[in-house]
Design a binder for this molecule. Structure first.
Ligand SMILES: Nc1ncnc2c1ncn2[C@@H]1O[C@H](COP(=O)(O)OP(=O)(O)OP(=O)(O)O)[C@@H](O)[C@H]1O
Ligand SMILES: [Mg+2]
Length: 566
């Protein structure tokens, strides 16, 4: 069995670790560094460059280099490198491929399996995109692990005897995560997680950039951001200055020839004090408070019950962070873990547990929480698109929860169970996870028949949903792999369906559906539209695969949907 490595795929930096003799060991890259910048570029010869080389290239040729790709993961936004565009998944895959290569070299074996960490507050789409990036890099993703949980694992392995409430505070390059865990008897239980996907060191850089640019504008009447080189240089200087201010009281930013005005070179020449920086970023620090409040409220823990605040992420090196935590929670944070390594170490520990290289009796048990509410779509007096919660967010997983529902109309014999994830009270505004139909409900008047719906969510990301007709015991169910996106399933080209042998008998229904989809009325029925498109695709796919049974099934679905549409 090949070794499973742990990977912290960060916004700014990426690290990998592995278990050796029961302890995590950081893996060095080709340049003998543990920390790899999360930068991906294409050089002048058209070759891929990753890591430090790409970070260095960014200054000279930002149009051929991508940074902070993680911020785009889970979106369709295209990232341009030279003349080509890429998805965040493709670029993350390049980065992971690099990790795979250097880890294989370091471990002297081909690495094909990994545990990858993600912010606790990543939604399912972002998690699935991360899994896909791993797959494209040739890595089987054994587990997606929440970053703060990983950090707590790394802490927990060294402090197993402790009984405490631990708050993991992770301020990285692009994301902020807070997680409250309870440790007792070697069991590490995640109580609640929250955060802000769009808050990190990058935003602190931007505040400094704005300020420096403002000063420059005042003095010279030119905006540095109008020039690509100047803008990139400004960003680099802002980040450098921010880091200096973590240890010094002030920082001199001096770039002699950052831009030209009427043929004259202009210099960026400013002194920034730590106090000024603190003032500029007050509002960013304030944004960390709400997620902390939510985590405390969700876990029912008071600030005085927190025994330890663990700092993770490069941005926690800013003195304002510890100061803010002390002011807000009355606790001096601990520096017990290495803020740059803890997440990768924790991912490696998880990998070790999966693989058995960490002995069960030595290892900490771990439970996690589901970060978003799970439920189904129901009707109530007002709407037929109400989200009915079955597993609330921040419930410890693994968990099983049940809910009873009643038939909504007279002689109802079928129920369409549609599963969603998200916090909106309107079901269809949430993320659709899957659906199925329960048939053969005895025809009675509305409310006379009961349906028990059960959700079981385990640590491997499997959600089992079962609906049982209580009077007859008949049931129907679906298994949703939260780590496997349906999008990840190859979409095959179905345009040539007409050439399939069984096409003739389905031509009419396909035409009817295509016509319905073209009708502008369909926009008022987004759910039906989605279902029609999906089943139409399934039908054509079945025809091409010469699977008449599947084609008939899809046809029946489509007929029902068309009827519903009318
Ligand atoms: N000495 C320092 N002072 C202030 N900030 C620092 C310091 N060192 C690193 N940083 C900042 O830390 C951030 C990178 O942290 P880290 O590597 O933990 O993030 P990441 O894991 O890549 O991101 P994320 O966890 O958000 O995906 C960058 O914004 C960097 O500027
Ligand atoms: Mg991180």
């Amino acid at each position: 069995m090949s070794t499973v490595v742990g990977i912290d795929l960060g916004t700014s930096t990426t690290e990998a670790a592995v278990i050796r003799d029961g302890r995590p060991v950081m893996i060095v890259n080709m340049e003998n560094e543990v920390i790899t910048p999360s930068a991906i570029g294409i050089d002048a010869n058209g070759n891929w460059v990753i890591g430090e080389k790409a970070r260095a290239q960014y200054l000279l040729s930002p149009q051929n280099t991508a940074i902070e790709v993680k911020r785009k993961i889970g979106t369709d936004e295209k990232i341009a490198l030279g003349r080509q565009t890429y998805t965040s998944v493709e670029l993350s895959a390049k980065l992971l491929e690099y990790v795979k290569i250097y880890a294989s070299e370091y471990l002297e074996e081909e690495i094909t399996r990994a545990v990858i960490s993600v912010p606790a507050y990543f939604d399912e789409i972002q998690r699935q995109a991360t899994v896909r990036a791993g797959m494209e890099a040739g890595l089987q993703v054994e587990r997606i692990l929440n970053e703060p949980t990983a950090a707590a694992l790394s802490y927990g392995l060294e402090h197993m005897e402790e009984e405490s409430h631990i708050l993991v505070y992770d301020l990285g390059g692009g994301t902020f995560d807070v997680t409250l865990l309870e440790m007792f008897d070697g069991v590490l239980e995640v109580k609640a997680s929250n955060g802000d996907n769009q808050l990190g060191g990058k935003d602190f850089d931007e505040k400094l950039m704005e300020w420096l640019n403002g000063q420059f504008l005042k003095k010279h009447g030119v905006d540095l951001r109008t020039n690509t080189y100047a803008a990139v240089k400004l960003k680099e200087e802002a980040e450098r200055c921010k880091k200096v201010l973590s240890t010094e009281a002030s920082c001199h930013v001096l770039v002699p020839m950052i831009m030209e005005k009427a043929g004259e070179p202009l210099a960026l020449d400013e002194v920034v004090t730590a106090e000024q920086f603190e003032e500029m970023t007050k509002e960013l620090m304030a944004r960390t408070h709400h997620p902390i409040d939510v985590v405390l409220a969700d876990s029912g823990v008071l600030p005085k019950d927190i025994d330890r605040v663990i700092l993770v992420g490069g941005s926690t090196r800013m003195p304002i962070v510890a100061k803010d935590i002390e002011q807000y929670l009355g606790i001096v944070p601990s520096r017990a873990v290495n803020p740059d390594y803890a997440v990768a170490e924790g991912a490696a520990i998880q990998a070790g547990i999966i693989q058995g290289t960490i002995r069960q009796e030595d290892s900490i048990m771990m439970t996690d929480v589901n970060p978003y509410t799970l439920g189904i779509r129901v009707m109530d007096g007002m709407t037929d698109d109400r989200m009915s919660v079955i597993i609330p967010r921040n419930v410890t997983i693994p968990t099983t929860r049940n809910q009873i529902y009643y038939t909504s109309w007279d002689y109802q014999t079928e129920a369409h169970i549609v599963i969603y994830q998200g916090e909106s009270a309107i079901a269809s505004s949430n993320h659709f996870l899957g659906d199925f139909v329960v048939q053969n409900i005895p025809a009675k008047i509305a409310g006379k028949e009961k349906l028990g719906v059960e959700f079981s969510y385990n640590m491997n990301g499997m959600l089992d949903v079962k609906a049982t007709i209580l009077s007859t015991g008949a049931d129907a169910s679906i298994k949703i792999n939260m780590l496997e996106n349906s999008e990840a399933e190859e979409q095959i080209d179905v345009s040539k369906w007409k050439e399939a042998p069984g096409a003739k008998q389905f031509r009419t229904i396909i035409r009817r559906v295509e016509k319905a989809l073209k009708n502008s009325e369909i926009q008022y029925e987004p759910f039906l539209e989605e279902e029609l498109e999906e089943n139409l695709y399934e039908l054509k796919k079945a025809l091409i695969a010469e699977n008449l049974e599947a084609a008939k099934e899809a046809e029946e679905e489509l007929l029902d949907l068309l009827e519903e549409l009318e």
